[in-house]
Design a protein around this ligand. Sequence first.
Ligand SMILES: [Zn+2]
Length: 267
Amino acid sequence: MQAHAVKAFMSGDPVWVSPDASALEAFEQMIDRGIRHLPVLDRERRVVGVLSIDDLRAALPFSMTLRQPLSPGERETAREWRVGEIMSHDPETLGPEASISEAAERMAERRIGCLPIVDEERRLAGLLSETDVLWAIATAGRLPRDSAETARKRELESLVRELERERERIRTRLAQRQRAEASLEAVMRDEPMDQAERGADTTIVQEAVALDELAVRRLAALDAALDRAAQGHLGECTSCGASIPVARLRAMPGTTVCVACARTARR
Ligand SMILES: [Zn+2]
């Protein structure tokens, strides 16, 4: 279990910068250490942002790579920018006890290259990079089978809660829409509109109907997924028995097959 937590794979004492540091200082830190991300900490060592080489590239009006020093003119420009102006604010973070699979999922979903690991006060405890996650995966074969199963079970449980909340939101919204529609019909019966008015109104109604249809379809998928969860079969491929990744279940809750089997079926 311990080996599965992010704290076993993170770098424990990462370099960081303050929001008041200049872009130049940050860039030089990156060059010195050969790193692409810097956590940004306030005076209390709380994580307030993350600065990546991509953020620097996006903000500064010249190209920068970790292989090449800046020209004197570029150094001047970079000195004028504060890290706080160009960092990503309020970045995604995780606690040291979070599982590697949760970290990997967040990084993939949000397309981020590193996750600050923080304590309850949001103080920096370490930094988890893509490479750290790859290491964790590379050594996963050595983990006892039991802990992988437990992690999967936990992931599925949290997915079920997420799907239940989504189902509730959609149901509430559809019910509101139905009430609004009913009262609109009543108004139209009482005060007939001219042709133009009716035309504009019909378009709005048609758009709403199309959205409702999507919502109804999503609702059916959520029902199917939650039924399968209740029977203890959520995430099992009905064709080959493999585990369907949680990210796939989240995108297509109604699916009952893994990607490989879906591909074979399409051929
Ligand atoms: Zn399959």
